[in-house]
Design a protein around this ligand. Structure first.
Ligand code: ADP
Length: 664
């Protein structure tokens, strides 16, 4: 058998013989020169080109033979040739190379570029310089990239400075606004003393003027509050205090006030609310502020005999609040900027506007901070429809009276309190799936929590105490005191993990566990509907099966939407459920508009025609998107579904949910 190394050595030898003869060496070098994109040339001491590669000749629009014998003065403009000759002279007279000289140049086709040139002297046998080898490389892309990098660094630096300035501006606005509050409050008190006649009787005319002053102080106060809000939002200092609220109660609380305000202007303000409770998990005060701003605007921009309707619509996972007026409306051009800061439109005089154009931008921030979206539809001279959505939160009850009393007792003694509220959502359905008695389950869960609590206390906080445990149908409340905010959050997460483990161990599947934080507002801002005078934090752990009638599955299928004027828009869905679809598109449809759609389900031969209603619209941040892409995300709710179509959708959803569960 032949030795393997021997074979390899023979091969190397054979290759060497084949390629290293003088002729072959020349061939290899010449091939290298001609295949390389860099310009390579040899010059004699007089600057005459004695050999050039293909790239050089091609750049000049000549054959290599046509270039030989020429100098740079024959090829390039005088100024450039002089510069090149100077470099040549340096290399030839000093015998030193010139390496990577970067300069701007103009190619033979007139295009400006950047080149890097290296010139190396050539010597004869006696060590005398006989010319040079030059290599010139087009480095335009590299330089452009470097410029871009420099520009990026510069922009980042500028951005940092702007951010710093913006921060300073926010701080300045915040400090000035704060400082203005106190003197204004004093002026208001003084005016009230005068109006009430406490410092002596005043005439009717004087009272009238003082009332005007009082109104303007209220206006100024409102502006200060808006400036403070915007600086809090900009500096990220705005804090949300979420609580579980019945939206109907929230709207009704202020309805009498707004009805009276509208009536004074001869406007009919009506409320169209659903009968059922709408539990939402929001910062009630802040959402109240949004509602107040939208209703105030509607009143401000609606003429006498106009109408305003405040409506609430419940969707699968969202609720939608609409404030619809028959007022002056907004022009098409103004609509896209309406939620920007300091925007006031030209339709009204400054005196009539009485604001600084911050209300809607604050409303947008607040709605988004509460997990919702806000948008407007309007027609000049016809009216405006402002809509915003909020997430629904499923629970039947607010806190029971016993727990509320206990909390208030503790708070009267100034003891900080935390409450963990464990709640089974969709209890009736959940009970059916249990293989043990619900009471037993809750005993177990109570044990899980107690045990977690004990461990937590051993870990350092011995003085923590469980004060109260309260069990009712599907709900377990545990009250403990003296804990710090971070501690209670940590504890809640621990409890959540342990409960999850408990369900896995007991083979109870599809259990939905959610942890919400209910941080109640201070004593002075207690929410009337919940009757709690407490500065208490409440953690709510929700377990059970989520009541989503139709779970949404992220899935892309083709959809055609027939938009007004009989135009057809083709796009793809973002998600799909048995109740509707969500998709992104460039054209704005109207909320509640009924439209025809065609959905192309992969396994169906023909697209399925379905009627749908626009349930919600969300603006997509256009700055983040390339030009011409979708501007809106829309939620469609299927209506009048035929049985046949229902079956197709249901079959499709089942197949993709199966796929999804396999993938995950
Ligand atoms: P301001 O407090 O100055 O009213 P907003 O941000 O609340 O500021 O509103 C900005 C502008 O949007 C208003 O000046 C007005 O031109 C327009 N606008 C807001 N609501 C309506 C509405 N319901 N009808 C017509 N125009 C409106």
């Amino acid at each position: 058998m032949k030795d393997k190394t021997k074979i390899n050595l023979d091969k190397v030898k054979e290759l060497k013989n084949k390629h290293t003869g003088l002729e072959n060496k020349y061939k290899l070098v010449s091939e290298l020169m001609d295949s390389i994109p860099d310009v390579i040339y040899f010059k004699d001491t007089q600057g005459r080109l004695i050999m050039v590669n293909q790239a050089h000749a091609k750049g000049l629009g000549l054959k290599p033979e046509g270039v030989v014998g020429k100098t740079d003065f024959d090829i390039f403009p005088k100024e450039r040739a002089e510069k090149m000759a100077k470099d040549d002279m340096y290399v030839i007279t000093t015998g030193k190379p010139m390496i990577d000289k970067i300069e701007r140049a103009t190619r033979a086709d007139g295009i400006d570029n950047y080149v890097s040139t290296t010139k190396i002297p050539r010597y004869d046998n006696k060590g005398r310089v006989i010319g040079l080898i030059g290599i010139t490389r087009d480095i335009t892309h590299r330089i452009q990239f470097e410029h871009l990098r420099e520009e990026k660094a510069l922009i980042s630096k500028k951005l940092e400075v702007l951010e710093e300035l913006n921060k300073m501006k926010s701080e300045f606005v915040s400090v000035v606004s704060h400082e203005m509050r106190t003197p204004l409050a004093i002026i208001k008190d003084i005016i009230m003393l005068l109006i009430d006649g406490i410092v002596g009787p005043i005439k009717e005319k004087q009272k009238e003027l003082l009332m005007k002053a009082k109104d303007n102080i209220a206006r100024l106060n409102h502006i200060i509050e808006e400036l403070l809000d915007i600086s809090r939002i900009e500096s990220g200092k705005i804090k949300m205090h979420y609580s579980l609220i019945n939206l109907n109660d929230l709207l009704m609380d202020s309805s009498a006030f707004f009805k009276k305000l509208a009536e004074e202007k001869g406007i009919d303000l009506g409320y169209n609310l659903p009968r059922s409770q709408i539990n939402i998990f929001i910062d009630a005060e802040r959402i109240n502020q949004v509602i107040a701003n939208l209703i105030n605007n509607a009143i401000k921009f609606t003429e006498q005999n106009g109408k305003i309707n405040v409506e609430v619509k419940i969707f699968e996972t969202k609720v939608r609040v609409g404030i619809i007026d028959t007022g002056i409306g907004i022009t098409k051009q103004d609509l896209p900027k309406i939620f920007n800061k300091f925007v006031q439109l030209s339709t009204r005089s400054q005196a009539e506007r009485k604001g600084i154009g911050l209300g809607l931008s604050i409303a947008k921030e607040l709605v988004e901070k509460n997990g919702g979206e806000i948008w407007v539809e309007s027609e000049l001279g016809v009216g405006s429809k402002f809509y915003f959505t909020l997430h629904r939160f499923y629970t039947d009850k607010v806190l029971s009276k016993d727990i509320r009393d206990e909390i208030n007792n503790l708070l009267e003694k100034n003891i900080p309190v935390y409450l963990i509220n464990l709640l089974v959502i969709n209890y009736t359905e959940f009970k059916k799936r249990l293989n043990i008695e619900p009471r037993e389950l809750f005993e177990d869960l109570r044990a899980v929590i107690e045990e977690t609590f004990k461990r937590f206390c051993y870990a350092g906080r011995k003085e923590l105490q469980i004060i109260l445990q309260d069990y009712k149908e599907g709900e377990l409340g545990i009250l403990f005191s003296k804990a710090k905010e971070e501690e209670s959050a940590k504890f809640c997460n621990l409890v959540k993990d342990r409960i999850k483990k408990y369900f896995t161990k007991n083979r109870l599947e599809n259990v939905f566990i959610n942890l919400g934080v209910l941080s109640y507002p201070s004593k002075f801002h207690a929410i009337i509907t919940q009757q709690i005078l407490a500065n208490v934090s409440i953690k709510k752990i929700c377990i059970g099966s989520e009541i989503r009638r139709f779970p949404r599955i992220p899935y892309r299928i083709d959809i055609e939407v027939l938009i007004p004027e009989n135009k057809v828009e083709s796009c793809r869905t973002v998600d799909i459920s048995e109740g509707g679809v969500c998709f992104e598109n460039g054209c704005r449809l109207k909320t509640d508009a009924q439209i025809q759609t065609k959905l192309k389900f992969p396994k169906e031969k023909e697209p399925v025609s379905i009627r749908a209603r626009v349930a919600w619209i969300k603006n997509i941040n256009i700055e983040e998107l390339p030009k011409g892409s979708a501007k809106y995300r829309l939620g469609l709710e299927f209506i009048n579904l035929k049985n046949r179509d229902k079956k197709i959708i249901s079959k499709f959803i089942k197949s993709i949910s199966h796929q999804n569960s396999i993938n995950s």
